[in-house]
Design a protein around this ligand. Structure first.
Ligand SMILES: [Zn+2]
Length: 416
């Protein structure tokens, strides 16, 4: 699948379904672009064939085959988690404990997970992805990007993406996560492998290509070469950039027209200028296909006890900001978008409205998707109903399971 044409889901609801008695409906319709939520009160929403068919005043709601009473709870678009590493084996709880006891995070533990992932069976990897995808869904995530990057051989990267594609349309080839131990002395040879046979094996299962552009991972020349190879075979670009220190990743991403640069923990004025100058302030197709989104991953700063990105500076400069989990076994083992919203509000001074927008419409922009992250006629019927009257409670009541019901493609999921 390519950035301009995600496939439609095969699982759809049948018949019509009315959601009413909604306390507050968050729509993210175009007038809410640029980080502002659009809110409606006394609204109802009709689902047909897996899509939103109608939104309007509850008193004018059409008849439907079935009804869900939101009981005064807020209804929001499903979260769009645009950055997750779910295909892996093992965990690194001991590394986390050591880090909390004072050891610094360097990214070197990725190789531990690579060893465990290579040794795992397809079914073991598949079970982990399913468990985490389901865990995320119970917390309101209805779209999730999944990266490879713990195989780092031709066969293991291809199978990671093949398994990821069973669960999402947004699969990302991250063969350039780290240089694996067997290539430690020959990084040029590894870049050749990534651009050659590994990309050829991965591309049929991938929509995106990504590089960890960081000191100790891939330098800017290697990163540019790898991303250009991916673009040449039709993959969209994303970059892990400026996480562990200042660096060239953000500006490289903008230069290449990346959909998103992710982490953005250490930014210079020039980085912010580069992002701001490429921003088009709308969710229209033209805007979506030229904007490079800054995707912030506060779970990583939380779990590595690092300073948080300066979200306010990005927002005040007019940069489009997304929030995502970075769910992975090393630096951010959370699948919870509500947790990331709470961190964004408390630690990064985003308003609750900005954080919820970034976790829904912002994530959709980071994946260049117009069918998710908002609730409007024709959008996917991906939504959540809260056990709370407004979106504010997602940050106001941190750690509380507020998601009462999730609809995915219009299909009610099991209650948590
Ligand atoms: Zn990541």
């Amino acid at each position: 699948m390519r950035p301009d044409g995600p496939a439609r889901p095969s699982t759809r609801s049948t018949g019509s379904l009315l959601v009413d008695n909604i306390g507050e409906l968050v729509t993210n319709t175009p007038d809410g672009a640029g980080g502002q939520l659009s809110l409606r009160r006394n609204a109802a929403l009709l689902v047909e064939d897996g899509e939103v068919a109608w939104i309007g005043p509850a008193r004018y709601a059409p008849a439907a085959d079935r009804r869900i009473d939101a009981e005064g709870g807020a209804v929001l678009p499903g979260f769009v988690d645009s950055h997750a590493h779910l295909v892996f084996a093992g965990d690194r709880a001991a590394e986390f404990a050591a880090r909390m006891a004072g050891e610094p995070y360097t990214g070197g533990g990725i190789r531990t997970t690579v060893g465990a992932t290579r040794a795992a069976s397809d079914d073991e990897l598949r079970a982990t992805v399913r468990r985490l995808r389901d865990e995320a869904m119970r917390q309101g995530t209805t779209t999730i990007e999944i990266k490879s990057g713990y195989g780092l051989t031709v066969a293991d990267e291809a199978r990671s993406l093949r398994i990821a594609a069973e669960f999402t349309e947004d699969t990302t080839f991250l063969g350039a996560h780290v240089v694996p131990a067997e290539y430690a002395d020959r990084p040029d040879d590894y870049v050749g492998l990534v651009c050659g046979p590994m990309l050829a094996a991965a591309a049929p299962h991938a929509r995106w290509i990504d590089v960890f552009c960081e000191r100790g991972a891939f330098d800017v020349d290697h990163a540019r070469a790898i991303l250009a190879c991916g673009q040449a075979v039709g993959l969209g670009v994303r970059v892990h950039a400026n996480q562990l220190g200042p660096g060239p990743g953000v500006q490289l991403g903008v230069e290449l027209g990346a959909a998103s640069v992710d982490h953005c923990t250490h930014l210079t004025d020039a980085d912010i200028d580069a992002l701001a100058s490429h921003r088009v302030g709308c969710m229209c197709p033209e805007g979506l296909h030229t904007t490079t989104v800054a995707t912030l991953l506060p779970g990583a700063e939380f779990s590595t006890r690092s300073p948080y990105p300066d979200a306010r500076r990005l927002l005040d400069a007019g940069v489009t900001v997304a929030l995502a989990t970075d769910c992975n076994p090393g630096s951010s083992y959370t699948s919870s978008m509500p947790f990331c919203i709470a961190l964004a509000v408390r630690e990064m001074r985003m308003t609750p409205a900005e954080a919820v927008w970034a976790a829904t419409a912002g994530g959709a922009a980071a994946l260049r998707r117009t069918d998710v992250g908002r609730l409007a006629r024709g959008a996917r019927a991906d939504l959540m109903i809260l056990d709370a009257p407004s979106h504010l409670h997602l940050a106001y009541r941190p750690g509380v399971p507020l998601i009462r019901q999730v609809l995915h493609n219009g299909v009610p999921q099991c209650r948590p």
